[in-house]
Design a protein around this ligand. Structure first.
Ligand code: GDD
Ligand code: MG
Length: 363
């Protein structure tokens, strides 16, 4: 089967402060690094040779995933000294590529049928096939216009609203022929979306779209990262299910409502409430009367008595003081200390290691 190149670079600024210490490809989704989900998906589609085109933090990624054998895949690393952009990164991996290959943005979670996409790619004899998915707001993606046969006519990256002619966008999944590498300059920053696809189309090269309806999400923003959790929780444990990943203590007066995943070694004290969709990382402490609802907590967090968390993201080892409230899309980076009685709402972001509160806090 095909080899895959996964693009693992960029600054991941929109996911800060979650990505201050953790590369986007490693942030936990249902308590497992995101790449484990991606590797599992590719393996299911018989793609086991994976090249990670890494632009940032290569050591952290290599140390964790190694040669991929733990995940049942074969990983090789193509490392950029300087960011080369999405196309430059693939050109940089040229030595690993000798046949049709698939390229994936490293922040995509999808159920697209790669074999069906490959069949269409072969049938159309395209140099490039682009997976296309419908979205509500195309302006934050690459918009792809096709003709009635599915051949791509235009590619416009992040168009202004008046330039949007379709809601079908580039899903960040390409099947490419090695010949495309001859159209990308070596050791030069270049993006498929701006520097490769538009000129190829102008030259009249054969590029096809592969529209699909299966699940697809780009986890590159906090709201989508949280949404993926909510969607996957329902898929893994059902609407009301509760999964314990290991032994935890749950007081008989505590209430846990699914869908929820509770990491190993958690302590859920008297009269506290965990209301799904929710994920607790390993060794989280939810103290007396605290409420955690619609939230994702990474490992080792302590939520003190009477505190309330709702629809928020809390990275590793945070401590939330008594009677504090962290609400509505707020995000705490690693090791944040929130003072007693603090209030955070409306997407307030607190950087790793900060000590904040009490009182109303906004970023
Ligand atoms: N190796 C490497 N080097 N990877 C990079 C670099 C780089 O210089 N720059 C970006 N990447 C990786 C990112 O890590 C990410 O996995 C992927 O390329 C896409 O970058 P994003 O920053 O996430 O782009 P986007 O989400 O704004 O837009 C892209 O994805 C959309 C679909 O989610 C574009 O491809 C759009 O056209 C597309 O619609
Ligand atoms: Mg993205």
């Amino acid at each position: 089967m095909m080899k895959a190149v996964i693009l693992v670079g960029g600054e991941a600024t929109r996911l800060r402060p979650l990505t201050c210490n953790t590369p986007k490809i490693m942030i936990p989704v249902l308590n497992r690094p995101f790449f484990e989900h991606l590797a599992g998906y590719l393996k299911k589609h018989n793609v086991i040779d994976i090249v990670l085109a890494v632009g940032k933090s290569p050591e952290q990624i290599q140390d964790y995933f190694g040669d991929g054998s733990r995940l049942g895949v074969r990983l090789t690393y193509s490392i950029e000294d300087l960011a080369l952009g999405t196309a430059g990164a693939v050109k940089n991996a040229e030595r690993f590529l000798d046949d049709s290959f698939v390229v994936l943005n490293g922040d995509i979670f999808t159920d697209i049928d790669l074999s069906a996409m490959l069949r269409l790619h072969r049938k159309s004899k395209a140099m490039a096939s682009l997976a296309l998915t419908p979205v509500d707001d195309p302006t934050i993606y690459g918009v792809v216009e096709t003709d009635s046969e599915g051949r791509v006519r235009r590619f416009i990256e992040k168009p202004s609203r008046d330039k949007v002619t379709t809601n079908m966008i580039n899903a960040g999944i390409y099947i490419l022929e090695p010949d495309i590498l001859n159209h990308i300059a070596p050791n030069t920053f270049s993006m498929f979306e701006r520097d490769v696809f538009p000129p190829l189309l102008e030259e009249g090269q054969v590029v096809y779209g592969y529209p699909f309806q299966d699940y697809w999400i780009d986890i590159g923003t906090p709201d989508k990262y949280l949404k993926l959790h909510h969607d996957l929780l329902r898929r893994h444990v059902g609407n009301r299910g509760i999964e314990f990943e290991g032994e935890s203590f749950v007081h008989s007066s505590a209430q846990i409502e699914g869908p929820a995943i509770i990491g190993e070694g958690c302590f859920i004290d008297r009269n506290s409430i965990v209301k799904g969709p929710a994920v607790l990382g390993a060794r989280c402490r939810i103290e007396e009367g605290a409420v955690v609802e619609g939230a994702v907590l990474w490992q080792g967090c302590q939520i003190s008595r009477g505190a309330k968390l709702r629809n928020c993201l809390v990275a590793c080892r945070c401590r939330v003081g008594e009677e504090s409230e962290i609400l509505d899309g707020s995000i705490l980076g690693d090791d944040v200390l929130v003072g007693r009685g603090s209030e955070l709402s409306k997407g307030t972001k607190i950087w790793p290691g900060k000590n904040i509160g009490p009182g109303k806090v906004s970023s």
